[in-house]
Write a protein that binds this ligand. Structure first.
Ligand SMILES: [Zn+2]
Length: 225
């Protein structure tokens, strides 16, 4: 049976790994990327390249409302990136309800393309306290979207129970570790001047910290299943 999936692709490690995870599982892939006024454009460029490399259609959707709603470190360069100080003292990069919005937009677009399967790189293992990354939220959202679209929607979240080392291990199992290291971007600060073993980035922001630590654990044998 021919099945299609829409991968929510940010251009980062997690969503790229999801793209490679989805490739052998679906006969046709499309991708959607949200431009919500990120501090830099690098992730968006990575997303477009990743999609093209696997022959998947790429839809870039502008979402201007996130920065208008509230100041946060993802969209406002004057807000420092740190592990607290944001909404309800969550990390300053937290945008309340971002995945509610993104999944709704993705499902709406998918419906126009005849697609019922969404793939998202949400993960509750390296849990920073983001309530809309949890598995229970994804199940609730599947029900809400299926009801609202009057069509059974599935939200695939292959990384939900994986930590960063296991996500690197998954990319390795899929034979795509090199692409994930080189072709994705995670760094909040937009640094991309030098390729490290774990990828590009400043090495010190919270996103780089997680990625670097995960890669080192993976190389030390953690994460292999
Ligand atoms: Zn960084």
């Amino acid at each position: 049976m021919s099945t299609s999936a829409l991968v929510i692709l940010s251009g980062g490690q997690d969503s790229a790994t999801c793209l490679y995870w989805a490739q052998p599982r679906f006969t046709r892939l499309e991708t959607i990327t949200f431009d919500y006024g990120q501090r830099h454009r690098i992730e968006l460029e990575c997303a477009a390249r990743l999609a093209k490399a696997v022959g998947a259609a790429h839809k870039l959707v502008p979402v201007n409302s996130l920065s208008a709603l509230a100041s946060n470190a993802l969209t406002d360069p004057s807000v420092p990136v740190k592990a607290d100080g944001g909404f309800q003292n969550l990390p300053s990069t937290f945008v309340p309800g971002r995945n509610i919005l993104f999944l709704t937009l993705a499902a709406s677009y998918a419906a126009t393309r005849g697609i019922r399967d969404l793939v998202i790189g949400a993960c509750e293992t390296d849990f920073s306290g983001y309530p809309d990354c949890r598995d229970v939220f994804m199940s609730d959202m599947e029900r809400a979207l299926s009801s609202g679209l009057d069509s059974p929607i599935r939200i695939h979240r292959p990384l939900m129970r994986l930590d960063k080392a296991q996500t690197f291990a998954l990319a390795d199992e899929l034979g795509r570790l090199d692409e994930v290291v080189r072709e994705t971007h995670t760094c909040y600060e937009g640094v991309r001047d030098e390729l490290h073993a774990w990828g590009y980035g400043c090495g010190t922001c919270p996103a780089c910290g997680l990625r670097k630590k995960g890669y080192e654990e993976f190389k030390n044998g953690a994460g292999r299943r």
